[in-house]
Design a protein around this ligand. Structure first.
Ligand SMILES: NC(=O)c1ccc[n+]([C@@H]2O[C@H](COP(=O)([O-])OP(=O)(O)OC[C@H]3O[C@@H](n4cnc5c(N)ncnc54)[C@H](OP(=O)(O)O)[C@@H]3O)[C@@H](O)[C@H]2O)c1
Length: 292
């Protein structure tokens, strides 16, 4: 397949491109300010004409749209930018796909849910985002569904990976520098390794079974549980103490319980992602070889 990837220099994009190449696909990576790497297409998705031109020139079978404004707290202070990138940008990519006849996969988020349901969200639950980031991503989902019939929406959560700013590395650094850490213990979710998600995306785009998918690490935990596991696997013994959301006092509201059931993957017989603890162990194995 010929696959155009937006946001290819982001945390997920950098894991996705090699996974697609390993599957034998032709990949056209793009990003806002791409590296000098050969074949990298510079593209600002908020520019409709540029987006149409870039995608028409690439003639992809599918566009995997990872580019996004991902600063959840920043979005509260700058909603226009969040909507310009996550809503209008996704709309533009969908229109470009419509013109060239490509299908499109949008990476979306558990933040489209309010977190008040009290049990796991599946693809048939109705979104009700509470933050600007969540609302702008949901607006992107809606634009995509209005423009294209051949789309996949893949909602994921709590991403960590080797490339980019991520919770695992932030916790390891803090645990090495401080006598103790305090981490939120009243928000539940599903930590998801970008490499597992990349593999799932690679499987989904080959199915032709268009629709909405939840794709997250299996199981659930709080941010504190996640941090404790990171500290343990990192070989440190810094105490990780509970903190409330209220105490942390971040600008954007977060869903309290945004555990995602991956029902569409289950129903369609596609392989689920591994359990989050298993994946975190694999992440640390890889980290030893690549980064340390
Ligand atoms: N991280 C998470 O925990 C999480 C959870 C659920 C869903 N997601 C979704 O997963 C996807 C990938 O997330 P990620 O963590 O890999 O994000 P990321 O590291 O922030 O990568 C996003 C990429 O998009 C680029 N971008 C931003 N504005 C753009 C524009 N106008 N035109 C073209 N490219 C633009 C960014 O470039 P700059 O760096 O130059 O801005 C960056 O390279 C996103 O759609 C996100 O909403 C993430």
């Amino acid at each position: 397949m010929r696959i155009f990837v937006t946001g290819a220099q982001g945390m997920l994009g950098q894991d996705l491109v090699p996974v697609l190449l390993a599957a034998g696909d032709e990949v056209i990576p793009s990003d806002m300010l791409p590296s000098e790497a050969r074949g990298f297409v510079p593209l600002d998705i908020t520019d409709l004409e540029a987006t149409k031109r870039a995608i028409a020139l690439a003639r992809p079978d599918v566009v995997v749209h990872c580019a996004a404004y991902t600063n959840v707290d920043g979005a509260e202070a700058d909603p226009d930018t969040a909507y310009r990138v996550n809503a209008l940008g996704t709309w533009n990519v969908a229109l470009a796909c419509q013109e060239t006849g490509a299908s499109m996969l949008l990476v979306s988020t558990d933040y489209v849910f309010d977190g008040e349901k009290g049990s796991a969200y599946d693809e048939y639950d109705v979104p009700n985002p509470r933050s600007v980031y969540g609302r702008s991503k949901y607006a992107g989902e809606q634009h995509l569904q209005q423009v294209l019939g051949q789309f996949y929406i893949v909602r994921t959560a709590w991403l960590y990976g080797h490339h980019g700013k991520n919770f695992a590395e932030t916790i390891l650094k803090a645990a090495a520098e401080r006598p103790e850490l305090k981490v939120v213990n009243d928000q539940w979710g599903c930590p998801t390794w970008t490499r597992d998600l990349a593999e799932a995306i690679s499987r989904i785009i080959r199915t032709g079974r268009y629709g909405i998918y939840h794709a997250t690490g299996q199981g659930e935990c709080t941010w504190m549980d996640f941090a404790r596991k990171i500290v343990e696997l990192g070989g440190l013994n810094t105490p990780v103490l509970p903190q409330s959301t209220e105490e942390l006092n971040r600008p954007a509201p977060r869903p309290r319980y945004s555990v995602m059931r991956n029902r569409a993957l289950e129903l369609s017989g596609l392989m689920a992602l591994p359990n989050w603890e298993e994946s975190l162990r694999d992440y640390f194995q890889c980290r030893r070889f690549t980064l340390v």
